[in-house]
Design a protein around this ligand. Structure first.
Ligand code: PMT
Length: 407
């Protein structure tokens, strides 16, 4: 089974709409941003409401649209523009008229959208829309240059027939292209942008009969925390998960659910060659029963002994086929101090680093929410991480590997 989280999930986008005929396309843009998982709030200028109704937008984003400083004048309820500017991860003004671009340059605050823009702490993107002569006019071009120099993303308008009947540059970019640029914005601003990372997590279950299996106590928490931390940092994460009861972390690109070690190996084999990095956190069963039964064993028909055969060593296979550009990290779960054993796995499996956790340490290893690890690098360096939440640890490991393995 494969589950994918939409690319903009958990992203908060304030969509500003100003008075241009292109405002009709903003409805499609709002729907597209939502479809890609973003949470969208809309701020419209009075001019925009002449071209498209707030009701249309409110229906599409499933929440009220903001257009005035006051929501209910008589009740004294006002729209908190500061809150909107702080809430968003990105403000997209689409369409952005020549007038709004000029107001942004001069810090004007004559309507709610301008007030939101002036108090915004998040990045801003604008998709200009206007007639061709207005677009090429020196003042508009100067304004765009100034905005760009202040870090505003300019989403270039297209060329074609304009509302005036003239043909030229000035048509607002198509909603799909704007949504693509919004996605690209989040990708390029994060440290692991464009990096493809494969993570294995959880246990494997090796069937004995129709109801029993050989397995282990891995909950998947450590691997899922890593998947979440990598995805938060912009990586395109493929998560191969054994049987666990955990929800797919936000922004994980692809999840492949498997049950046995052979299935996990097959899933890994299909995608490892395309990856920049692999992290094997799964607790894979090294052996599986030679014979299994499709029905349930009862006392009367129990086998006298259970014989086992070897499962593939998935990580070893990844290490064998690893290219010079790929990086590979394994985990080692030990029951003693474990340093020598972990070092042996690092070398044998051709890894760049290995994360050692031992059941000797209270609060480390299987099922708990915390872990205590030592990271061993192939250059002999050892880094100890104190007992801490798996989520926190995962973020630190992802930061560490950004500088030591991928930089
Ligand atoms: O899932 P949690 O409850 O959060 O627990 C986390 C964890 C304890 C499972 C995790 O931190 C961990 O240590 N994972 C690796 C467990 C393990 O199988 O270690 P190992 O020393 O047996 O294996 C060494 C490495 O080879 C591991 O990266 C493992 O994924 C890999 N391996 C092992 C056997 C096999 N047949 N194929 C493999 O790929």
């Amino acid at each position: 089974m494969e589950l994918a989280s939409p690319p903009l999930s958990e992203r908060r986008i304030v969509l500003g709409i100003t008075g241009s005929i292109a405002a009709y396309k903003s409805a499609v843009l709002a729907r597209e941003l939502k479809r890609r998982g973003a949470e969208v709030r809309v701020v419209m200028t009075a001019g925009a409401t002449e071209f498209i109704t707030p009701l249309t937008l409110a229906t599409l984003i499933d929440r009220p649209v903001h257009s005035d400083f006051t929501e209910d004048e008589h009740a004294g309820v006002w729209t908190n523009h500061v809150e909107l500017g702080v809430w968003g991860d990105l403000i997209v003004v689409a369409p952005a008229t020549a007038n709004t671009l000029s107001a942004m340059v001069h810090g004007q605050c004559e309507n709610l959208l301008q007030a939101v823009l002036l108090s915004a702490r998040c990045p801003v993107a604008v998709a200009p829309a206007m007639d061709l002569d207005m677009f090429t006019h020196a003042s508009t071009q100067d304004n765009l240059r100034i905005l760009e120099s202040r870090g505003v993303d300019i989403i270039d308008p297209g060329t074609g027939p304009l509302a005036s009947g003239l043909v030229g540059k000035g048509r607002m970019a198509e909603p799909k292209d704007i949504a693509d640029q919004v996605e690209a914005h989040f990708q390029r601003t994060l440290p692991w942008s464009h990096k493809r990372v494969l993570i294995t997590a959880g246990p494997t279950q090796e069937p004995l009969d129709a109801v029993r299996f050989l397995g282990n106590r891995s909950s998947g928490k450590m691997g899922f925390a890593l998947a979440s931390a990598f995805a938060d940092q912009g990586a395109l994460v493929t998560l191969v998960a054994g049987p666990v009861s955990l929800a797919t972390p936000e922004r994980v690109h692809r999840r492949i659910d498997v049950s046995t070690a052979v299935e996990m190996n097959n899933a890994v084999q299909t995608c490892w060659a395309d990856m920049d990095m692999g992290v094997a956190c799964a607790a894979v069963a090294d052996f599986r029963p030679t014979l299994t039964s499709d029905s349930k064993w009862h006392r009367a028909n129990m086998p006298e002994a259970i014989t086992l055969e070897e499962n593939p060593d998935i990580l070893h296979g990844m290490g064998q086929s690893k290219s010079d550009a790929q990086r590979l990290v394994g985990f080692a779960l030990e029951t003693d101090e474990g340093l020598d054993s972990a070092k042996g796995k690092l070398v044998r499996k051709n890894l760049d680093a290995i994360v050692l956790n031992t059941l000797q340490d209270n609060g480390a290893g299987f099922a708990v929410d915390t872990n205590k690890v030592t990271v061993l690098n192939k250059n002999g360096q050892a880094l100890k991480f104190d007992l801490q939440a798996k989520d926190e640890l995962a973020q630190k490991l992802v930061d560490l590997w950004r500088t030591t393995l991928i930089a």
